[in-house]
Every structure is written in C-alpha cells, then in structure tokens.
Design a protein around this ligand. Structure first.
Ligand code: FAD
Ligand code: DHB
Length: 399
C-alpha cells in the first residue's frame, strides 16, 4: 500500500499570486512558517500580464519589508490622473487633494518576480506546478491540505494550523466553505477590456481614463519603452477580430481631444480580452480556512483596486495569526472576515462607480447615460467630488 508523505508547517498557503506571496513574506517577518502551493509554474506566474497600479500604503509596506528596491528604481510615481470626455481633459491632482499621496505604476508581474525571488532567497518554500489540491479537517484544530507535485506524482499532505485560500477567483478554496455558510453577491458587466502592451514611448505623463460614445479607453504605462492601453469591448469578442490597425484606430478615436494631443503608436506585442465582474463572498472564513484576495472578491479593474485589496486582506490575516501565536487569542481571527469586508465593500463601491461612470453600457436607458455624463461633469467641477475620488484612488487608510 502506498503511504502518503506528510510534512508540517504553521500556515498552508494555496496560490502564489499577490495575496499568497505577500502573506508568506509578512508571516516570515513575524517568525511564522508557511508553505505556498501553486499550481502554475514560476515562469507562468511571472509572465502573466495583469494589474499596474499600487496604492501608496502598499508601496510603503513593500519598502518597509525591504522589497521595494526595484520598484523604486523602475516604477512610475503619479500624483494625478486625467479624465477625458467630450474631447476635453480634466486633471485630478490627487496629491494636492489627499495631503501628498500618489500611486505607483509598477506591473503586477514585476511585483510577483520581486516577491518570489526574495522569498526563495530567504529560504521560503514555494512549490510550483502542484495539482489536485484538496482541503481536509478545516473544522478542527489540525487542518490538512493534500496535493501532488505534478499530475503523475504521488499524493502528499501538508499538515498545518491554518489554511490561507489565496487561489484567485477560479481556485478551489472558496468552494471548501459549505454553500449554506456563504452568500455570494455579484454583477457581471456586459463589457470587457481589450488590453495591449506596445513598444512605444509614453504619450502622456499620467494615466488617461476616457469616456467616449464608442466606449471607454485607458492609457497607462509600464516603462519609457513600453505602454499599456485598454479598450472597452464586448467580453465575448474574439481577439482575432482585433488586428493591430483596428485597435489603434479605435484608441485614437476614443482618446483624442480638441487641444491637439496625439497618441504615439508602436508595435503591439501582447493583447487579450478580459471579462469584468464585481463579486463578494461573505463569509471569507470557515473553521481554520481564511480566504484572501480574488478568492473572496473581484472588482472590475477600472478603479485599480484588485491587487491592493488582496494585500489589505493578508495584512489583516497576518496580524491575526501573529496575535494567535503570541497570546493564543482568537479575536483577530474570528473577526477576520468582518474586518476585511468593511474595506472590501468600499472598494467594490468605488470600482463600480468608476466603471459605470466611465463605460458606455448598451443596456443603460438614455436617461441613465445622461446621468453618467452629469456625474462626470459634476466631478470635474466639484472639489468635494474630486477629493472623494482621489482619496479612494490612492487608497483609503488601513484601519
Ligand atoms: P491571483 O493573482 O489570481 O493569484 C491566485 C494564484 O492561485 C494564481 O497564481 C493561481 O495559479 C493559483 N491557483 C489557482 N488555483 C489553484 C489551485 N487549485 N492550486 C494551487 N494554486 C492555484 N488590481 C489592482 O490593484 N490594480 C490594477 O491596476 C489592476 N489592473 C488589472 C488589470 C487587469 C487586466 C486584470 C485582469 C486585473 C487587474 N487587477 C488590478 C486585479 C489584480 O490583478 C487581482 O486582483 C490580483 O491578481 C489578485 O491577487 P490574488 O493573489 O488574490 O489572486
Ligand atoms: C492599469 C490597470 C487598471 O485597471 C487601471 O485602472 C489603471 C492602470 C494598468 O494595467 O496599468
């Protein structure tokens, strides 16, 4: 009979996205052991193109952990954003409105690269390419996670005190909470984003969020040589319907303005379409399982909040786990979900607000479409409204 190899750690983390990697680093700094189980390869997680905007406190956290060196050299620091509609630009000076806060544009896969290499260098354990992850005994004091090191490898078991489900929206952790114990809230939007990377110089010193009658467009950046742009499209559309000249023509039309600004083109070397949804799972915990990041909630990308929220969850979780090991107190762990959900719902609200205001929704009535334009017009003429946008965009304070 085959015996299952068993190892032990304090915290089993499923998923090496931003949530799992930040958690492992935070625990390490508190002297708490963890093992990360990740089903993709290191090359895959380091090559997936996703988010780009880091809130100020996430940057401060990375620097405080000694992980911010490359980000501070290669990231881009933006103290404002531009909103564009009716062919006119409106600058929102976030730093001036928030007492000096700004955001940092530094690609998610670069953050992943920095966190993976630092964790491996300090002796951390990340198992890449695992399959068949399953959760056991979550209700008791000795939960277990079973897995294989590859599809044909023998089964193994990780015994632990706590399990962190950091496995993203499609991972298995959320389903390990009995359906009767969780409520799920969601909106699926009737539009998606077509994102590109292009080898071109920056066209503008800050991000441009554009509302246009043909749909939303966003200009972002990655480096002096590479720019990131997005177009609102039908989420069911096939990327094969978008040859490069069609993408550029659409970007020019949606981003152009009367003041004569122009968009610089370059070779497109990466493109894809993503669907958009808002989603929250309540509760985020069951027994000794704690969900964090996209495993528990999704925001549409318009507010640039997803990665930042994932980090906020694991900061709360790491503090609660630390308190448990220091004093045996369970209060932080018992209150984990409720603590996180207060921030999550505010980010959900902000992301929904930015999304509905900036996109054209065919399903909106003409009345609703005019209300969204009135919202934009109000926003750029009201210091109070701009301050509300700015303080959410740079990141609400951590409690
Ligand atoms: P993920 O990054 O999804 O990581 C989960 C990990 O778990 C993955 O590596 C996955 O392989 C692994 N996994 C899944 N199933 C299993 C399994 N069965 N076993 C083991 N491992 C498993 N957010 C921002 O803050 N700012 C932005 O500007 C921004 N822009 C975005 C733009 C786009 C185009 C997209 C798509 C997203 C954007 N986001 C943004 C959102 C952000 O990318 C996510 O919120 C973030 O990746 C969530 O991190 P996570 O660690 O929770 O989940
Ligand atoms: C980027 C992504 C976003 O979702 C956003 O709101 C701003 C910038 C980016 O990928 O650069």
């Amino acid at each position: 009979m085959q015996t299952t190899k068993a190892t032990r750690t304090q915290v089993a983390i499923v998923g090496a996205g931003p949530a799992g990697l930040f958690l492992s680093h935070l625990l390490h700094r508190q002297g708490i052991e963890s093992v990360i189980l990740e089903h993709r390869t290191r090359e895959e997680i380091e090559g997936t193109i996703r988010a780009g905007v880091l809130e100020q406190w996430v940057v401060d956290l990375m620097n405080g952990m000694g992980l911010g060196g490359r980000m501070m050299r290669e990231g881009h620091f933006h103290s404002g954003i531009t909103l564009r509609f009716d062919r006119r630009s409106h600058h929102i000076d976030m730093a001036e409105l928030t007492g000096g806060k700004r955001v940092t544009v530094y690609a998610q896969h670069e953050v992943i690269r920095d966190l993976v290499s630092a964790r491996l260098e300090d002796g951390g354990s990340i198992l890449f390419g695992v399959s068949d992850v399953q959760f056991h005994d979550l209700d008791g004091k000795a939960p277990r996670v079973s897995f294989r090191r590859g599809p044909d490898a023998p089964p193994e078991e990780l015994r632990c005190d706590f399990v962190a489900g950091c496995d993203g929206f499609h991972g298995p952790a959320r389903q390990a909470i009995p359906a009767a114990a969780r409520a799920e809230y969601q909106i699926v939007y009737p539009f998606g984003w077509l994102g590109i990377l292009t080898a071109a110089p920056p066209s503008h010193p800050e991000l441009i969020y554009a509302n246009h009658e043909r749909g939303f467009a966003l200009l972002s950046t990655r480096s002096p040589e590479v720019q990131r742009l997005y177009l609102q499209v039908d989420p069911r559309d096939d990327i094969a319907n978008w040859p490069d000249d069609r993408i550029w023509s659409e970007l020019h039309r949606r981003l152009e303005e009367d003041a004569g600004w122009s968009l610089t083109e370059g070779a497109i070397f990466q493109k894809g379409i993503i669907a958009m949804r808002s989603f929250v799972c309540e509760t985020m915990q069951h027994g000794r399982l704690f969900l964090a990041g996209d495993a528990a909630h999704i925001v549409p990308p318009t507010g640039a909040k997803g990665l930042n929220l994932a980090v906020a969850d694991v900061l709360v979780l790491s503090r609660a786990i630390d308190a448990y090991y220091k004093s045996g107190g369970m209060e932080g762990l018992e209150g984990y979900s409720a603590t996180c959900l207060r921030r999550i719902w505010k980010a959900e609200r902000f992301s929904w607000y930015m999304t509905t205001m900036l996109h054209r929704n065919e399903q909106d009535s003409p009345f609703e479409q005019r209300v969204h334009l009135a919202e934009l017009d109000y926003l750029v003429h009201s210091r109070a409204a701009m301050t509300a946008l700015a303080e959410n965009y740079v990141g609400l304070p951590m409690e």
